[in-house]
Each structure stands twice: as C-alpha cells, then as structure tokens.
Design a protein around this ligand. Sequence first.
Ligand code: ADE
Length: 247
Amino acid sequence: MLTFDILTLFPAMFVGPTTESILKRAQQAGLIAVRLHNIRDWAADRHRTADDAPYGGGAGMVMKAAPLAAAIRATVGTETPPVILLAPDGERFTQAIAQELAQLERIVLVCGHYEGLDERVREALITREVSLGDYVLTGGELAALVVLDAVARLVPDVLDAASTAEESHSDGLLEYPHYTRPAIWEGRPIPPVLVSGHHGEVAKWRRRERLRRTLVRRPDLLARAYADGHLTRADLTYLAELGWAAG
Ligand code: ADE
C-alpha cells in the first residue's frame, strides 16, 4: 500500500481525478491511499491566512512559512517520507522518478501556489522538488495529480504487469502502434503480420516499430537507450538499415 499525502490550498481540485477510473479502483482495492490536507487548516489567525506580500516588494503573494510548515510537520509525523514540492524550478519529472517513487510506502506532495513559498520552508522541510516541464502552471495541484497518476499506475496490481512492461518510456523506447477491429477501417488495413498467428513475427514487428518510431520522433531517446544498454544486436542491425548510426 502506497499512501499519498497531498498538502494543498485547493483540495477540491483533486475530486474527480482521484475519484474516477483507475485511481478510484486502486483505492477501493487498498493498493493506494490518497489523503488530502488543506494547508489553511494550520493557519493560526481567524481569517486563516496562508499567504502574504513578498519582502522586497514585487507582484504576487508568497505562501507563509508557519501554516505550511505546521501542515507538513503534522502530516509527516514521526516517519521520514520524501516531502516533494511541485514547482517549475524543480528537477524534471520522468518515468524513472515515477518508478523510484512507486517503490515507497508513503509520499508527501506539497502544492505550491501564488508566486511561490517562503524559501525557508523549502530549506527546512522540503526534501525534493519536481517540475513537470518548462512551463508555468497556476499552482502545483495539476502537477501533483500528474505525479500521483504516473506513480500509482506503477504500483503492483494497479494495472496488470504486462501493460506497463513494454510501454513508452519504460525501457527508453516509444510504444508500438495498436489496432483493434475492424481489420479495414475507411480503406485502411491493419498490418497483416498482426493476424498471421506467428507470435514471434508479431513480437519482432512490434520491436521494430518501437525502434522506428523512436528514431523518427525522439532520436534523443534512442541515443539514451543505446547508452543505457537497452538495444540488442538485432536492434542495431535494424536501425543501421534505417540509416541510424550509434554514437
Ligand atoms: N507549479 C507551477 N508550474 C509547475 C510545473 N511546471 N511543474 C510543477 N509544478 C508547477
């Protein structure tokens, strides 16, 4: 069981994404737990103030240290889970990080908002900072949902193992194309090998499609897969036919 503790000013943003489909089933099956904590509940004043103007002036508001720190400390308790801040200046989130986090028993996700949070909370209590990419969201909530979703689906039994073994990014290659009935749609046939009944030929075709797609769409990933030793000699022979030279 992997527990996600999510600290946010906007817990309602998590309803829907966490109460439908696979994340819903995973919680019902006791494979993951999602606990939402409203940072405002730890504000000391009667207005429940969680933000304030920045020292030094400038636009926007800054999340106050005390309520956020109290929320993190109360949530973490005596355990030592990673306390991950979602922020555009964090380390880029990847499938490798998702796989790493899926091994844990507990993850605390802190959603930043406004212009940012008081730097001293980052220094004192945040253990890791993760960004989805080089763009700025209105807050960390959507980023936390992405991390939650990407990690939860890797927890054993949330999906069947077969569906995560050969997918895009799991071993550095993109996924092969998929088809379902009918065999001809709007004049477009499926690749005949898929109905040949030869499992070996199907596997070989799929592997080649993964290599070809990765070469065409993400040559950077192909170079990485090669460097990481994910490519076989047969792979390299096929890639050479396509004009790719390693290194
Ligand atoms: N909060 C705002 N922008 C973000 C981003 N790109 N990634 C993670 N958290 C964010």
